[in-house]
Ligand binder design. Structure first.
Ligand code: 16G
Length: 238
């Protein structure tokens, strides 16, 4: 119910109203159009738009161009305290990790990759590009570079499953620590169809350098995470 002479702004009352409606719906379900809300509550479309914009910004609703407004998928909350793999992260949330291999090849490291992995230029590395999915929904695009003399005998089957499991259980190497950076960005055209998002949608660019117990870098990964599906959680102590 919307009370027009209340001191609570109408757009805010409508936000509360829509939040209640969303509770009874599932992710991906459509909600009424701006026109329908404006007629139902007898309020201006501008006010409806403001409420919907706020809920889109809060990650509760999602707009799909030319299709309407829908209930958003819940974001995956990822703690940044431990060094975990994608497969572990998804399983710990009750989601099924899936991988689509976009490319897999051994290349000679160029100047840039050699510098990142602190190896000599020309040293062979595996370049693996993978789409990572959770319960069949695209989450992230990862391009990994792994020195072939450390991560030996890598195959498509291995990276289709879990890379970290292969390193620890098959190669018996000890993964020790990683340095990671996160920055916000906008989706490029080339990534959109793979991640099933629109050009310009928010994404997170993540770079990870991972090391073995002996201090050797065993991977350099560039990832693009869907901004609407991820929320990173950092615990801080004072
Ligand atoms: C995560 C890591 C990635 C690692 C992968 C291994 C980030 C940003 N990236 O996706 O560096 O290669 O896990 O996952 O967290 P896997 O063992 O399931 O292949």
């Amino acid at each position: 119910m919307i009370i027009k002479d209340s001191h609570i702004p109408i757009y805010f009352q409508l936000e509360m109203e829509i939040k209640e409606i969303v509770k009874g719906l599932n992710p991906g379900d459509p909600i009424s159009s701006e026109r329908e809300f404006s007629e139902k509550y007898d309020i201006s479309r501008m006010t409806v738009r403001q409420a919907i914009n706020n809920l889109v910004n809060e990650g509760i609703l999602v707009r799909k161009r030319g299709k309407g407004t829908f209930v958003a998928e819940q974001k995956v909350e990822q703690p940044l305290s431990g060094l975990t793999s994608f497969s572990e992260d998804m399983r710990s949330r009750g989601l099924k990790p899936l991988t689509k291999i976009l490319s897999f090849q051994q290349i000679s490291s160029d100047k840039n990759i050699a510098a990142k992995l602190k190896i000599a230029e020309g040293v062979p590395v595996y370049e693996v590009s993978r789409l990572r999915l959770a319960d069949e929904s695209p989450m992230a695009l990862e391009i990994s570079y792994l020195p072939a003399n450390i991560i030996t005998d890598l195959t498509e089957d291995t990276v289709y499953a879990s890379l970290y499991e292969y390193i620890e259980n098959e190669l018996n190497l000890q993964i020790s620590h990683a340095t990671q950076t996160l920055e916000s960005s906008l989706a490029q055209k080339s990534e959109c169809s793979i991640l099933q998002i629109e050009e310009g949608d928010p994404v997170l660019l993540i770079e990870r350098f991972s090391y073995l117990q002996n201090g050797e870098a065993f991977e350099y990964v560039k990832s693009i995470y869907r901004g609407d599906r991820y929320k990173f959680v950092i615990d801080m102590k004072r």
